[in-house]
Design a protein around this ligand. Structure first.
Ligand SMILES: CC(C)(COP(=O)(O)OP(=O)(O)OC[C@H]1O[C@@H](n2cnc3c(N)ncnc32)[C@H](O)[C@@H]1OP(=O)(O)O)[C@@H](O)C(=O)NCCC(=O)NCCS
Length: 168
């Protein structure tokens, strides 16, 4: 399968319909979805709906949430990527990984690759990221992407902050 992006330790690829079980598995940990505004994915049918209606429609624009794998053993560890949110007219950076892979710099590494790709290949002028205020790791990653505070918002039921990167 084509690697959309590669970093030192990771590669990113487009999700395919056969990945539906991976979405169920990743979201099955309440700690993973604690601040994400969604929750468990009920079944394969629902996971396929998410892929078809939410994830795949982003791909023709060369953006979207991409599956992230370890290069060392091909393991699927989560996802990262930019989604265009029509209602807000915003490009939104997001990431989500299995808990056992937190704290190893994978969000930073994959998000860096995605941001560089978006700046250089897509010529995006603004990219935002939102995170619950209590989700300090996520906010830390957004800041490491060179983003600055833009506004407060809610993310699911949690108070959240929105950060922005703007082209000079
Ligand atoms: C948020 C998430 C993607 C971070 O992934 P990660 O791979 O652990 O992140 P990284 O290791 O690249 O970086 C995390 C940074 O936050 C820091 N950090 C982690 N926990 C922290 C905490 N509780 N307080 C302050 N900083 C924290 C780390 O030290 C690291 O910074 P550093 O590189 O300067 O040391 C991961 O926790 C996750 O998947 N969470 C569940 C899904 C989610 O919440 N997604 C974001 C929704 S907005």
């Amino acid at each position: 399968m084509e690697h959309i992006l590669e970093t030192e330790r990771l590669y990113l690829r487009a999700f395919i319909i056969e990945d539906a079980p991976l979405l169920i598995d990743l979201n099955s940990d309440p700690e993973v979805t604690r601040y994400t505004g969604d929750g468990p994915v009920a079944n394969i049918k629902e996971a396929e709906r998410i892929l078809k209606e939410i994830i795949f429609p982003q791909y023709p624009n060369k953006i979207g949430r991409w599956a992230v794998h370890l290069k060392s053993n091909e393991e699927f560890i989560g996802w990262c990527g930019i989604k265009f949110i029509q209602e807000d007219n915003e490009y939104d950076l997001g990431y989500r990984f299995y808990k056992k892979h937190w704290g190893k710099g994978y969000a930073t590494e994959s998000a860096n690759a995605v941001m560089n790709y978006a700046k250089n290949n897509l010529q995006l002028k603004e990219i935002i990221g939102r995170a619950a205020i209590e989700n300090t790791a996520s906010i830390h990653v957004l800041k490491k992407m060179g983003m600055t505070y833009l506004r407060n918002e809610t993310c699911g039921h949690d108070p959240a902050e929105v950060y922005i990167w703007k082209k000079n």
